[in-house]
Design a protein around this ligand. Structure first.
Ligand code: DOR
Length: 425
């Protein structure tokens, strides 16, 4: 039996649409969109009716290209259940989780097993990234890449994203062969770009501060990823870009090499916070993240990159940790439950971008990079997975109420605008 869900009286917003209307979904697929609210829905008889009453914004559920779910291996930080619930609460319908688990997710079989467990929870569509090398050791390509030339039959035999997570492959030859294999498979490689080589090592050895050497690390690594990515002609994605120089390199790469498939993401915390916030939170503890919070000039450059289209996506880099681990310097913030409100507050409320542009950055654009079809827009034939948001809401972040086990928010106590009321699939 078909299930018809009617979402009436909503302000429908996505990259292409900004209208008041009603969306009809059959079995979780959008079938028809009416402008305004017709008095009767013709052939459609609702099994479920959701009323946006005062024209609440209805947006496509968000897609996060970059989160750490810690499962398997680190239940004290997060479990699959708590992470999926956190994502669902934050308005996410799609999440790619990184492979730095214990054991490392370095095979499609391990990725599919985790995906099946997430599917059983029914909260989000999880797509585990697979590492580029076996056990993330940077020595031998992972099985997926080793088999790049053998005929692949189904999509379930391939991940939608490859990433070595916190470190790119140090060896140029191996990195290039990984990128070439990924190109043959037509899978995007997400590069973390913090392997800075000799220059950064020198700065570190000389006792220069983290803010100095980590900037060299990122800039050197982005330059190298672009050079090797072009040589491999692969789909290259630069994760959590944080320096003004990196944004500029991506901008130039897009402009100078139009056929090069390069994309990049920024995080909500790099858009909203700077090194001053890190200092207040504790540079080497609760304010620590990789890459570090940077200067105001960097922050503004990221926003400029968002406005001019250099930046393709916003990704959380959700990195839950225990307070004990944070106190000892574990890098990262718990971000799934604040991402939308932080971006709305910093970018839309302050007038830098429209809500439609934010939708693009958080929904359809990451889906395009990941090759996910029929997701991220409110359009006939697309997945009827939505975030219902209240852009009038104001709230103060209290991470104790997070569904995530990671209470390590960089926004604790901060007042944010807009809130996810419901995610509906
Ligand atoms: O701060 C971070 N923490 N950045 C990363 O890229 C990895 C993450 C983690 O796994 O904790």
């Amino acid at each position: 039996m078909d299930k018809i869900t009617i979402f009436k009286n909503f302000h429908i917003i996505d990259e292409e649409t900004d209208m008041f209307g009603t969306v009809i979904a059959r079995n979780r697929v959008i079938e028809e969109i009416f402008s305004e609210s017709p008095s009767d829905f013709g052939k459609f008889e609702a099994d479920e009716m959701i009323d946006g009453k005062n024209w609440l914004p209805l947006m496509p559920a968000f897609a996060d290209m970059h989160a750490h779910f810690r499962d398997p291996g680190f239940p004290e930080k997060e479990t699959l259940e708590s992470a999926c619930l956190a994502a669902h609460t934050g308005g996410y319908g799609v999440v790619v989780c990184m492979a730095n688990t214990k054991p490392v997710i370095d095979t499609i079989e391990a990725a599919n097993a985790l995906k099946r467990r997430a599917d059983a929870l029914g909260l989000i569509d999880l797509y585990p990234a697979v590492s580029l090398t076996h056990n993330m050791e940077g020595k031998a390509l992972s099985a997926v890449l080793q088999r790049a030339d053998s005929p692949v039959k189904t999509a379930s035999q391939l991940p939608i994203l490859l990433s070595e997570d916190g470190k790119d492959i140090a060896d140029d030859v191996l990195f290039l062969s990984a990128l070439k294999a990924a190109a043959r498979l037509n899978i995007t490689v997400s590069c973390h770009c913090d392997a800075g080589g000799a220059k950064a090592a020198e700065a570190k050895k000389a006792g220069l501060s983290r803010t100095v050497w980590s900037r060299i690390e990122e800039n050197v690594a982005v330059k190298r990823a672009i050079r090797l990515g072009r040589e491999a002609d692969c789909r290259l994605h630069i994760a959590h870009v944080s320096t003004k120089e990196s944004v500029e390199m991506v901008r130039h790469a897009k402009r100078d090499f139009p056929s090069f498939r390069i994309t990049c993401e920024v995080t909500p915390h790099h858009i909203a916070l700077t090194e001053t916030d890190a200092e207040k939170l504790g540079d080497e503890s609760f304010g620590r993240v990789n890459p570090p919070l940077r200067t105001e000039a960097d922050r503004l450059a990221l926003i400029e990159g968002i406005i001019d289209g250099t930046v393709d996506a916003i990704a959380t880099d959700h990195a839950p940790h225990t307070s004990a681990d944070k106190a000892e310097g574990a890098p990262g913030f718990s971000g799934l439950e604040t991402a939308f409100a932080v971006c709305y507050t910093e970018l839309v409320k302050k007038g830098d971008i429209s809500l439609q542009k934010l939708s693009s950055l958080m929904s359809v654009s990451p889906c395009r990079i990941l090759g996910l079809k029929k997701r991220g827009l409110i359009k006939d034939g697309f997945c009827a997975d939505f975030a219902i948001v209240d852009t009038e809401a104001e709230w103060v972040v209290h991470s104790e109420s997070f569904k995530s086990r990671g209470k390590n928010s960089a926004f604790e106590g901060k007042r944010l605008f807009s809130r996810i009321i419901k995610r509906k699939l």
